[in-house]
Each structure stands twice: as structure tokens, then as C-alpha cells.
Design a protein around this ligand. Structure first.
Ligand code: NAX
Length: 328
């Protein structure tokens, strides 16, 4: 039998945690044949709620689930972790300036990065879900100098999946026949969902749709502002879809992406497509042998260039702000 994989989930008592943990335990993160030990990391005030979730995990009798342990400090929570899903974060509250938000999250993701550096397994893979996800991932990575930077990623897979959903609705094509969609830049309202290289049932998506006004005024804002629309409708932020995207991200990373397609993930830039090296920005990516690779050689038209540059400019500003605050 295989050695169990240690999966640490922060913010385990939150609403994304509640949707995510059951899918991990059921084998959807890594595969049905991979035993999992869950390590739930919460703040002390939320440990009791995490215990409730752990009780339900035990009551689900998942064949893959070997153990569930709860921790209230990063050093113990990340000890031996092979996969870390950093979901818990400090949300922006009324009257909070950007600097306050970045500082508060620096106080979470700096120590978590250090704990990963000091105690996680050598093959650790980190996905940051908690917002501002890209910059939180940058903070965690810079607190973990002994871990290769490429192991720190942030989630734009939900945005990617939202784009697939909108294209499916628009064209009446099942998502299974839509490929090569890209989210570029930051997981924020400036993100750029790009369909110029996408294919719908084998045909170029931009040509099939052939409506630049729809693209600019409907598709892009719908995808970029979907989070707010969900809050408006549901009275709570996206949780099950966010959990589903986190599962997709790690599954693609570990098990690879299918031939002839790609996904979107925020990974440290190597300078591709004019994105400054080191910035954690969303790209079209494939995964092979457990490593992300940025899809190369795509032609970027003016429509796309302006939008990619705007989102990357925001990431540069965030990086400079956390640098000025001494967080990286
Ligand atoms: P909840 O408020 O329901 O849960 C957050 C949990 O994190 C709480 O239980 C809290 O106690 C815990 N937490 C806070 N600080 C912690 C720390 N230092 N260590 C461990 N746990 C800690 O939020 P939820 O709806 O689950 O969302 C979690 C995060 O995901 C938020 O930052 C949210 O903005 C972000 N999202 C990111 C998305 C993405 O696509 N990247 C989409 C969905 C979501 O909005």
C-alpha cells in the first residue's frame, strides 16, 4: 500500500474548508488510490468548529482517509506536509486601507511560509486560496528561502472554470469541448480572461463568437466580477466552486494536464510574456511530472496586451507595497 500523503488545510473551519475537506478525503484531490492524512490548521478560536468538521469527516468513513488532526499553530500544522492549501486569510473589512490588509495578511502568510520552510516535506506543494492570493503566495514564498519558489502558487482556477462556464452558456457547448482558455494576471477584478487561443469544439473561440463588444462588455466583466455576483445572490461568498477549483488545481499539478489543453494557475513568473520575473501571476500552464510549465509562443494581440499589462501592473504595485512594508 502507498504511504499516506499529508495534506494541510488552513482555515479548515471556514466555508471553503467545509466544502474542500470532504472532497480531499474522498480521494478527489490526489486519486482514489492515495491514502490521505488531513492536518487542519485553524486559529485557536475556531478549533472547536474544526473539531465538528473532523467529527463529520470521521462519520463519512472515507476509505482513503487515514487520519484527521487539528492544530492551532503553523509549526505543528505544516510538519511533514506534502500538500498545503492556504485558505484562511484576513478579509478586508470596512474602513481598511490596502496597507492594513496587506500587513494583516503578512502576519499570517509570513509565519506560515516560515513553518513550511522549516517543517514541511521536501516535495511540498503550496496553493494559496486566501486573498489577496497572489501576493499572499509571494509573502509565503519569500519566508521560505529553502523551498523552491515554484512550489508556491495561487489560485486562478476558479476564474478559469468561470470562463469555461460562461463560454458554455453562450455557445451551448458542453465545457468538456472547450479548451485552452487562459486567465492572465491577478486574482482580482483586473484579471484578464483570454479566449483568443481558446477552442470550442475544435474551432477558435474568438472566431466562433465573433463579437468583440460581448467580449469586452459582457464576458470579461462577468468572469472578473463573478465573486461579487455570487455574494449578491447567495448572501455568502463562493465556497463550493472555490473548493472545486482548489481540487482541480492540485489534481492537475500532481497528476498532469491532458494533451492538447492547458489550465490557468498563478505561478512565479520566469519573465514570460513580459511579466517581471518573480511576480506570482496567472498564466496558461501545463503540468508534467509534477511541475508547472508556462505555455510558450502564444501570439498576444493588442486587445490582450493592454489587459494583461494592466493586471500585471497591479501585481507589481502589490509587490512594491509589501516590500515597503518589510513583508518580503
Ligand atoms: P471563512 O471566513 O468562511 O473562513 C476562513 C477561515 O480561516 C476561518 O475559519 C478563520 O478562522 C480561518 N483563519 C483565519 N486566519 C487564520 C490563520 N492565521 N490560520 C489558520 N486559519 C485561519 O472564509 P472562506 O469563505 O472559507 O474564504 C477563505 C478565503 O478564500 C478568503 O480569503 C476569500 O477571500 C478567499 N477566496 C479566494 C478565491 C480564489 O479564487 N482565489 C475564491 C473564493 C474566496 O473568496
Amino acid at each position: 500500500t502507498r504511504t499516506p500523503v499529508n495534506v494541510t488545510v488552513t482555515g479548515a473551519a471556514g466555508q471553503i474548508g467545509y466544502a474542500l475537506l470532504f472532497r480531499i478525503a474522498s480521494g478527489q484531490l490526489l486519486g482514489k488510490d492515495v491514502p490521505v492524512k488531513l492536518r487542519l490548521l485553524e486559529i485557536p478560536q475556531a478549533v472547536k468548529a474544526a473539531e465538528g468538521t473532523a467529527m463529520e469527516l470521521i462519520d463519512s468513513a472515507f476509505p482513503n482517509l487515514v487520519a484527521v488532526d487539528i492544530f492551532d499553530n503553523p509549526a505543528d500544522g505544516f510538519a511533514g506536509a506534502n500538500v498545503a492549501l492556504l485558505v484562511g486569510a484576513r478579509p478586508r473589512t470596512a474602513g481598511m486601507e490596502r496597507g492594513d490588509l496587506l500587513s494583516a495578511n503578512g502576519g499570517i502568510f509570513g509565519p506560515q511560509g516560515k513553518a513550511i520552510n522549516d517543517g514541511a516535506a521536501d516535495d511540498i506543494r503550496v496553493l494559496v486560496v486566501g486573498n489577496p492570493a497572489n501576493t499572499n503566495a509571494l509573502i509565503a514564498a519569500s519566508a521560505a528561502p529553502d523551498v523552491p519558489a515554484e512550489r508556491f502558487t495561487a489560485m486562478t482556477r476558479l476564474d478559469h472554470n468561470r470562463a469555461l462556464g460562461q463560454l458554455s452558456l453562450k455557445t451551448g457547448t458542453p465545457v468538456s469541448e472547450i479548451t485552452k482558455v487562459t486567465i492572465w494576471g491577478n486574482h482580482s477584478a483586473t484579471q484578464y480572461p483570454d479566449i483568443f487561443h481558446a477552442e470550442i469544439a475544435g474551432k477558435n473561440a474568438a472566431e466562433v463568437i465573433n463579437d468583440e463588444a460581448w467580449l469586452a462588455n459582457d464576458f470579461i466583466p462577468t468572469v472578473a466580477k463573478r465573486g461579487a455576483a455570487i455574494i449578491e445572490a447567495r448572501g455568502a461568498s463562493s465556497a463550493a466552486s472555490a473548493a472545486s477549483a482548489a481540487i482541480d488545481h492540485v489534481h492537475s499539478w500532481v497528476n498532469g494536464t491532458p494533451e492538447g489543453d492547458w489550465v490557468s494557475a498563478a505561478i512565479p513568473s520566469d519573465g514570460s510574456y513580459g511579466v517581471p520575473e518573480g511576480i506570482i501571476s496567472s498564466f496558461p500552464v501545463t503540468s508534467k511530472d509534477g511541475k508547472w510549465e508556462i505555455v510558450q509562443g502564444l501570439e498576444i494581440n493588442d486587445f490582450s496586451r493592454t489587459r494583461i499589462d494592466a493586471s500585471v501592473a497591479e501585481l507589481i504595485e502589490e509587490r512594491d507595497a509589501v516590500k515597503a512594508l518589510g513583508l518580503i
